[in-house]
Design a protein around this ligand. Sequence first.
Ligand SMILES: O=c1ccn([C@@H]2O[C@H](COP(=O)(O)O)[C@@H](O)[C@H]2O)c(=O)[nH]1
Length: 260
Amino acid sequence: MFYEKYLKMREKNNSVLIVGLDSDTNKFNSKFSKDAIGIFEFNKYIIEQTNEYVCGYKPNIAFYEKHGYKGIQALEKTVEYIKKYTELPIIIDAKRGDIGNTAAAYAEAFFKYLKVDSITINPYMGMETINPYIELENSHVFVLGLTSNKGAKDFELENDLYLKVIKNVNEYNKKFKDKIGIVVGATNDEHIEKITKNSGNMVYLIPGIGAQGGSIEKLFKGLNGYKNIVINSSRGIIFSEDPKKSAKELKENLNKARGL
Ligand SMILES: O=c1ccn([C@@H]2O[C@H](COP(=O)(O)O)[C@@H](O)[C@H]2O)c(=O)[nH]1
């Protein structure tokens, strides 16, 4: 179960950092081939360098699907590797969202075949599209709440739509016992305090720190002591000169902000 695994690894590694395996071959240096084989070798290197500083990994499926079936094989091998050598939870950033039977097929792909711990989903088509995921055993989803991109203002912020989503999802989470979390963009820090008042104890998956310019200080001001968080950084770590040093530094900066 994602929630238990997350709590365990947050404690064990004393970290709320999650590294995004957005393994874009265009950004690889000459040590790694720009194909599916290179993706797995790159991920292995990043996992070896960073696993003691994180509470999980988040591969974004786009960077694997882009390479066709071989890319998916690289994702499978990455998932196997993380599971074999660590106890860290794996969230696939897939942003799925569809009617019941289609959602059920996606759910099987991620939780029965790939056997990951959580995936991201898009709630635009309504609450019933969430059911096929959370009805499965050992499943968990992060529902897009208030995203980190500029476009969040187009629909999500309009009439506080994001809050409506978060309130509904929180009711579901109570019924489905911690199988749901929400995505909350660090770049939208001015709305975070309001979110904490409507989200129960759901885990927040927080992207937007690092490459997207979100501020750790403003984020934690908004969080105002809220503890169930995982903070993602992808490009800022995996494509830095020294991923181990970057992960360690970010973990320590986040811990300072957590008051540890
Ligand atoms: O609101 C959202 C939801 C998801 N993402 C994803 O998170 C990472 C961010 O990568 P960085 O390199 O740290 O910017 C990426 O996979 C996005 O698709 C997001 O940024 N915002």
